[in-house]
Write a protein that binds this ligand. Sequence first.
Ligand SMILES: [Mg+2]
Length: 392
Amino acid sequence: MTQPAVDLAPDFARLRDPDRDTAIREITTTIVALPSIRRHRLSNTEMSTREFVLVRVRLENGVEGIGEAAVLGGPRWAEESVESIKAVIDRYLAPGLIGCPAAQWAGIAARMGRAAIRNNAAKGALETAILDALTRTLELPLAALFGGALRDRVPVLWALASGDAEQELEEARAKLDRREHRDFKIKLGFATPEEDIARLTRLREGLPGMARLIVDANQGWSEADCRRHLPALRDLGVSLIEQPLPGDDYEGMARVAAQSPIPLMVDEAAFTHREIARAGAMGCGSVYSLKLVKSGGLMALAEAARVAEAAGMELYGGCLLEGSIGAAAHLAVFASLPRLPWGCEHFGPRMHRREIVRDPLLIEDFHLHLPTGPGLGVELDEDALAEFARSD
Ligand SMILES: [Mg+2]
């Protein structure tokens, strides 16, 4: 008797010719400006509206993927601005990718590398959109490309960055009361170190429910500032100090780290794998902040995690205030990492009054929850996009 044929992979049936079906048909970019819930200050910038570039990639099979290219208030955190990102993708990256199969994403990354150096936010968003479209085609979550999710949620901190201690106390208490955040990152470097310490002291005293207290000077302190104020930070129970010195001062970071009782985190100092390896080997810090805008792609982000660990650094899930699209992209990698002892800082989805997705990511019980469903797991809200797309 003849056995009926067993269809082992019915979901793959429509992917009869992966290269043809996943060939990139169209790439479009849109600058989006979303209103924030409050102004956000860093040592060298501040903003109350967050702009980013939405990248949409459509494959020959009709499936669309999306990606988010983040900046912090213009070309100040790194070289890229929303205008440069859009121009680089439209003119230099997209034309060379039309017709390339999304199923061959290593080749796509190599093409982008040849078409433009750095421009990491542009490349990262474009690769995200391509991998989103590919995994939607395969009906797999994006995390499957990184080995699959090892966790369905990640601890998430909240950043206090208005500079006004009383406002920050009120904001943090609301987060604690709603059980959304108990770890806080305080932005320093836009007042004198003495004023920053006074503000930190007020926050520590006023927030007994706070768990981890992390500070980020965004390259705004000198080595002498660190020597003067590290004891006070230790006495305040600070868990982690992020990039106090300029990113290119590897020697200074190494000297501060060697003396510091508090771990230092490497952020702006290391974008490339070689920079990460060098920062670790020189002892510039014992924690590394992972960011898509530093790695220039999700595949490179997952690799960066391995390089950082091999160089002796623990992992921290960094952000550039991405909304739910960018946060979901990071989470696909973060969820697949064997170790992520510092959790993540993807509070961006809560920094906006409105988003351009129908299903913003969930923050509950002090964790950011991995979305479910194929690809990124978030869906565009076309009406909101039409409302917030920048017209000029
Ligand atoms: Mg930082």
